[in-house]
Design a protein around this ligand. Structure first.
Ligand code: NAD
Length: 458
């Protein structure tokens, strides 16, 4: 991957600073026009985007549409529908002792944004945050992942066609480019990627006290209880695990199955794997590939401990790993020590729900937590754990409803987006008090007359 020249980056940032200073990004009309412009660009480019996703990840056009393109375009519609309401200053109530002042919250764009995306959903995870930046009235520099070069090339062409580069532009490159970019001052950084790089981003942002949104990863547990509907659970877990061949931040990373249903669950999961992708998933046009050989080797390494009870085959020449289930896994095995991020599902066993809850509580806070079973225990699971998002008797769906905030907590990230939260992620909420001049009560000024009474009132 070619790195971008440092001077070119500085010039791009300075242009955006001037553009932002012109206040052009602030009118609702301008923001709506840009959202519409993005929508029409996506419509025009959607076949090229789908083809690039196929070339980079072997992602089928159907999966590309459902998990990338349609998510971005419906997010644009949502913003177009609500932007005026979200951006309108909101009056707040004023305590009696401040009368006759009034107070309101004014939403203002943070300024120039840097948006950095990973390779697993290289289209969605760059453009969904951009929608928030446009809605809030920010200028944006977009930094796609170099690991998906076909997607990077198509979206670079699309963005250049749609936007004035002083307003939105793409900067391509690898770690060197990122390192230089991060030395510059931005007004907000929106980063999606690994926890390890998230720490690098936060350290760099601290130099300028730049606010950050960190959408990170980690190990997302999935609990299947004794009274769960096993067939349905298996189907939904299989989909959550195998979409994008497990390279999904909110994929169920591992399963804790109740001892009484574990064998039945494994059988049903294996059945669902075959139902979704056939006897030989390598031949399925719906089954994506592992991003590169480095990731392939890491994943094959994770299969070396425990007992493979389904799948387990792989082909390095094609970066293919079969949908795989691993039984007899210990929590100390490598597969339980790092985010798997591939189509391998370890299944562990529990007898009492408290064992699982203690394990989750003793480990890093996950991005997603899934529970299959009855409502009362589900409530207990939610009450005794902390996680970015949760589905009861389902997987992945917490990301689909744009009325829900999406984001991690602790090690899995900070900040949130989607819908109004995206608008807020790129906005500053300024508190404004207006005080008329026809009355100027003496209480706040020394020598604090009537202090005894005021003390009672406050
Ligand atoms: P990554 O952290 O390696 O890379 C993310 C971005 O950071 C890329 O654009 C990359 O070029 C850049 N980068 C990499 N190393 C860097 C460095 N040393 N300094 C500066 N920038 C650097 O992540 P990835 O491998 O692209 O994506 C996989 C990870 O992302 C997984 O952990 C996954 O869980 C997480 N993820 C999270 C979400 C979410 O919404 N929370 C979504 C997708 C992926």
């Amino acid at each position: 991957m070619l790195e971008t020249d440092k001077d070119q980056m500085v010039r791009a940032i300075n242009k955006q600073r001037s553009f932002f200073a012109s206040h052009r990004t602030k009118s609702i009309e301008f923001r709506s026009e840009q959202l519409l412009q993005l929508k029409s660009g996506i419509l025009k480019y959607q076949d090229k985007i789908a083809a690039a996703l196929w070339a980079d990840l072997h992602k089928s056009p159907e999966e590309a549409f459902l998990t990338e393109i349609s998510i971005v375009s419906s997010e644009i519609d949502n913003h177009l529908r609500h932007l005026k309401k979200w951006a309108k200053a909101k009056r707040v109530t004023t305590p009696l002792h401040l009368w006759p002042s009034s107070g309101k919250i004014v939403y203002e764009p943070l300024g120039c944004a840097l948006i950095i995306a990973p390779w697993n959903y290289p289209f969605q995870l760059l453009f969904n945050p951009l929608i928030g930046a446009i809605s809030a009235g920010c200028c944006s520099i977009l930094k796609p992942s170099p690991e998906t070069p076909h997607v990077a090339a198509v979206i670079t062409e699309m963005v250049a066609e749609l936007f004035d580069p002083a307003y939105v532009t793409i900067i391509n490159g690898g770690i060197n480019t990122n390192t230089h970019l991060l030395k510059e001052r931005f007004d907000v950084i929106f980063f999606t990627g690994s926890t390890a790089v998230g720490k690098i981003i936060m350290k760099a942002a601290a130099e300028h006290l730049t606010p950050v949104v960190l959408e990170l990863g980690g190990k997302s547990p999935c609990i299947v209880d004794a009274d769960a509907n096993i067939a349905v659970a298996a189907k939904r877990i299989a989909l959550g695990k195998l979409i994008n061949a497990g390279q999904t931040c909110i994929a169920p990373d591992y399963v804790f199955a109740h001892a009484t249903i574990k064998d039945q669950l494994i059988e049903q999961l294996a059945l669902q794997f075959r139902t979704l992708y056939g006897e030989d998933a390598q031949k399925s046009r719906f089954y994506p590939r592992i991003i590169h050989e480095r990731a392939f080797n890491r994943l094959v390494g994770l299969m070396q401990k425990g007992t493979v009870v389904a799948g387990g085959t792989s082909d390095v020449s094609d970066c293919y790993i079969a949908p795989t289930i691993v039984d007899n896994v210990a929590t100390t095995d490598p597969i339980m020590q790092e985010e798997i991020f591939g189509p391998i599902l370890p299944v562990l066993t529990f007898e009492q729900i408290d064992e699982v809850l203690t394990y989750i509580e003793q480990n890093e806070k996950p991005l997603a937590l899934y529970y299959f079973g009855n409502t009362a225990t589900a409530r207990e699971v939610i009450g005794k754990t902390i996680a970015g998002g949760t589905c009861i008797n389902d997987t992945l769906m917490q990301i689909v409803n744009h009325h829900l905030p999406f984001g991690g907590v602790g090690n899995s990230g900070q900040g949130r987006y989607h819908g109004r939260e995206s608008f807020l992620a790129f906005s500053h909420q300024r508190g404004v008090v207006s005080t008329p001049t026809w009355l100027d009560l003496p209480f706040k000024y020394p020598p604090f007359r009537y202090f005894k009474w005021i003390k009672k009132l406050l």
